[in-house]
Design a protein around this ligand. Structure first.
Ligand code: UD1
Ligand code: UDP
Length: 372
């Protein structure tokens, strides 16, 4: 069976890596890898960490492209690859523009789609934007749905997807995380120096489009925390999205910048994973980090208005705090001042799998071969 895997952003690369590594070793499967190039810089290091070399590099990213431009360019270039390769199955993952165009173009070519990380929902079409709608569209375009949890399976059942086509397999991000964090590791000197200051580390990331007008509240809260607590260091790897960079520049990179906030370039995945383990707390609007940090026993304050990772909220390892400065401050102060509140949240609870997701997916793909 010829399986074509399409990815383009950093999280798709990280989550697909364990599946690709396994598929590449499976004799029965001919596996073609397509990188749309949505995130060239930050994805390339992930691919090299997992020794993955795509067969196709579509290089679709140009500065200041609108989503409409990216979408049309992707459909055209992805279509050319599908035409040439004529695969039996396309695999897409998650909810990005690469995921959506990969699935939509497969439909135009009448090729079946398998969707990894299927069934996540916030039930708010604008949050996250545009991901919530991409997820729903990709569900309609897919024949096989690899859901991370029972909750995501139930979402799919409620939308009328037949149970026989839904497989609960965990999230392969846990496979990638366990692999990388079990490798011996030495931090680069800039990070090592911060760790040696022996202060509590707060790790921060922000990048969601629906948050672009709300970043000020998050960033002002960070500034205030540095004033209130002299035993914290904030490490903030800044996403390359120009909207994020501009606001970091405006609100945080001021003349009187506190030396205990470290605004740095995105970290490679190995460094970031090990740093999560060293952190007291994570403040983020990321999807993937909401799955990883609880698996590492690290509390997460989610600076979004809604989350599709409900399992972590119910287990109380994730707390949904929104983007209001005062609310973020109140939640963070509580965790910094009360070690018992912190340890209540820092429980090992990993609803997203046991590191065997890739194995389960590849076994299922082999069994699907007869159907396709
Ligand atoms: C994208 C996904 C989002 C996902 C996130 C993961 C869409 C619409 N958004 O958001 O779902 O959660 O990736 O990080 O698919 N840029 C670079 N170099 C890079 C990456 C980005 O320069 O390696 C800049 C480019 O100027 C690019 C901009 O960031 O135009 C935005 O990138 P884009 O992929 O559209 O959106 P993200 O915010 O990265
Ligand atoms: N990540 C990384 N370096 C960083 C920040 C994040 O390797 O500097 C990893 C993180 O561990 C997670 C993934 O990137 O696996 C999440 O990506 P992002 O937050 O950009 O996207 P999302 O998950 O929200 O789609």
């Amino acid at each position: 069976m010829k399986v074509l895997i399409i990815f383009g952003t950093r999280p798709e690369g990280i989550k697909f890596a364990p599946i690709i590594q396994r598929l590449m070793k499976t004799k029965e499967m001919d596996c073609i890898l397509v990188n749309t190039g949505q995130h060239r810089e930050i994805l390339d290091q992930v691919l090299s960490l997992f020794s993955i070399t795509p067969h196709y590099q579509l290089n679709i990213m140009k500065p200041n492209q609108t989503l409409e431009e990216i979408t049309s360019e992707m459909i055209k270039k992805i279509g050319e690859v599908y035409e040439k390769e004529n695969p039996d199955l396309i695999l897409v993952l998650g909810d990005t523009v690469t995921t959506f165009t990969g699935a939509y173009t497969a439909f135009l070519h009448r090729i079946p789609v398998g969707h990894i990380e299927a069934g996540l929902r916030t039930f708010n079409m604008y949050s996250p934007f545009p991901e919530e709608i991409y997820r729903k569209l990709v569900t309609s375009l897919s024949s096989y749905h690899f859901a991370p949890t029972k909750k995501s399976k139930n979402n799919l059942l409620e939308e009328g997807i037949p149970e026989s086509n839904i497989f609960v397999v965990g999230n392969p991000v846990i496979d990638a995380l366990l692999d990388v964090t079990s490798r011996p590791y030495t931090f680069p000197s800039n990070i090592q120096k911060i760790i040696e200051n022996n202060r509590r580390i707060i790790l921060v990331t922000t990048h969601r489009r629906e948050n672009f007008l709300k970043l000020e509240g998050i960033y002002l809260a960070l500034k205030q925390l540095l004033v209130d607590f002299d035993d914290i260091e904030i490490i903030f790897p800044v996403h390359p999205n120009p909207n994020v960079r501009k606001q970091v520049q405006e609100h945080l990179l001021t003349d009187n910048i506190n030396p205990r906030i470290h605004l740095i370039d995105p970290l490679d995945y190995e460094c970031f994973s090990h740093l999560m383990k060293h952190s007291y707390l994570v403040i983020t609007d990321s999807g993937g980090i909401q799955e990883e940090a609880p698996a590492l026993n690290i509390p997460v304050l989610v600076v979004r208005e809604s989350t599709e990772r409900i399992e972590g909220v119910e287990a109380r390892t994730l707390q949904l705090v929104g983007t209001d400065k005062e609310k973020i401050l109140a939640a963070t102060r509580k965790l910094l001042k009360n070690p018992s509140e912190h340890s209540k949240m820092a429980r090992i609870l990993n609803p997203y799998g046991d590191g065997t997701s890739a194995k389960q997916i590849v076994t299922l793909l082999k069994s699907l071969e007869k159907k396709i």
